[in-house]
Design a protein around this ligand. Structure first.
Ligand SMILES: *Cc1c(COP(=O)(O)O)cnc(C)c1O
Length: 397
């Protein structure tokens, strides 16, 4: 016996911690860029589990890698090594040019790891532990990641919030320098802010920041949890700006939906970590690492980054063309298939209208419609997403 969508929502309200304000949907099955609800209604997915399902749903290579690994070995302790873990660590090091890798289970955990690495390095170099982060950032919901996020509404009621974080406006070098003293261990930012409304960093600011961090011996941390792993057309978004971090976090698309996060560090900074400094039970187990390896392989084999670039450029182009007829569209931003369409009106009602037309998107930062579909979304579906977006804007006039 299977539950109906309505029954599931009733039970959700009864049993689940009431932290999510959910849409009245429940999904049972997916394939590629399509999802089916409990009643068999079909949806086009332009959210991809929030930039997670880069390969789409139920990709046969990913499903096979998971099932094969599950039949062989799901988990061992990090007292031992496994082939999938070491292969994945080497692959990520090769792709990023960073030498050291540690696996956790989420983006927030990767942020925690990054903060610890930066602080340990700072403590060995005579600096304090303060982390400077950006306004409108998002780094996760665990306590330190929340402190790094710095969003007042998210911190309400959770005092005491861990100390040692401060925030500066994104892309402002002068105000950032004002905050720097010997207490600062690291500077943390998303090369393209996701939750903040798909805001790409100013390339000049980023170059200056890199140089400044080198001069001051401050650890530069990039949070690529959302913009990393191919979505923007490069493996890592920082490649667009030709600036390398000392420490980088990954999660979301890394495992294509299985829970895995990673923190990477240069040899120089990563070597500050000593035996016993950090740990995890599940982190980087054979199952999730096999899944992540399969995701990377498919991204390469199916040229998904190229697909992201083409489809992203197509949408930007279309939006520019129709803009004169849609005064509600202020601007379209982003790289590859990490796109934000800033509106002059609230984005949430538009997203709800799109949902009623069976297209899933997301509203962020109040007035931004975020589109982060699977990178292999067929052109046909991508066109439907665009048409439904326009139609939904019109309906709400
Ligand atoms: C989603 C996200 C996180 C948090 O990841 P979780 O897996 O939800 O903990 C951190 N940083 C960025 C940029 C994100 O988009």
């Amino acid at each position: 016996m299977s539950y109906s969508t309505e029954e599931l929502h009733k039970l959700d309200k009864q049993y689940y911690l009431p932290t999510f304000r959910r849409y009245p949907l429940a999904f049972k099955k997916g394939k590629g860029s399509r999802l089916w609800d409990m009643e068999g209604n079909e949806y086009i997915d332009a959210l991809a589990g929030i930039a997670v399902n880069n390969l789409g749903h139920a990709h046969p290579k990913l499903a096979e890698a998971i099932s094969k690994q599950a039949n062989e070995l799901i988990h061992i302790s990090n007292f031992y090594v496994s082939e999938p873990q070491i292969k994945l660590a080497k692959k990520l090091a090769d792709l990023s040019g960073l030498q050291r890798v540690f696996f956790g289970n989420s983006g927030a955990e990767a942020a925690e790891g990054a903060i610890k690495i930066a602080r340990k390095y700072a403590s060995k170099n005579g600096r304090g532990g303060t982390i400077i982060a950006m306004k409108n950032a998002f780094h996760g919901r665990t306590l330190a990641a929340l402190a790094a996020t710095g969003k007042e509404a998210m911190m309400q009621g959770f005092a005491p919030i861990p100390e040692g974080f401060c925030h500066v406006p994104f892309n402002d070098m002068d105000l950032l320098k004002e905050k720097v003293n010997d207490d600062v261990a690291g500077i943390m930012l998303e090369p393209i802010q996701g939750e903040g409304g798909v805001n790409p960093v100013d390339p000049v600011f980023l170059k200056e920041l890199r140089q400044y961090c080198d001069e001051q011996n401050i650890v530069l941390i990039f949070d690529e949890v959302q913009c990393g792993m191919g979505r923007t057309g490069h493996w890592f978004a920082h490649e667009h700006f030709d600036v390398k971090p000392d420490v980088m976090t990954l999660a979301k698309a890394l495992g294509g939906g299985v829970p895995i996060g990673a923190v990477l560090a240069s040899e120089r900074v990563g070597s500050a970590i000593d035996w016993g400094d950090h740990g995890t039970t599940y982190g980087g187990n054979p199952l999730v690492c096999s899944a992540a390896l399969a995701c990377i392989e498919v991204t390469e084999e199916e040229d998904l980054m190229h697909q992201a670039v083409e489809k992203g450029a197509w949408l930007k182009d279309q939006i520019e063309k129709v803009k004169p007829d849609y005064p509600e569209i202020k601007e379209v931003r982003g790289y590859g298939l990490m796109l934000g369409i800033e509106l002059t009106v609230e984005a949430k009602p538009i997203v709800v209208a799109m949902m009623n037309h069976k297209v899933l998107a997301n509203a962020t930062a109040g007035n931004v419609v975020r589109l982060v579909p699977p990178l292999n979304i067929p052109m046909e579906d991508w066109k439907t997403v665009f048409e439904v977006l326009l139609q939904s804007i019109k309906e709400l006039r």
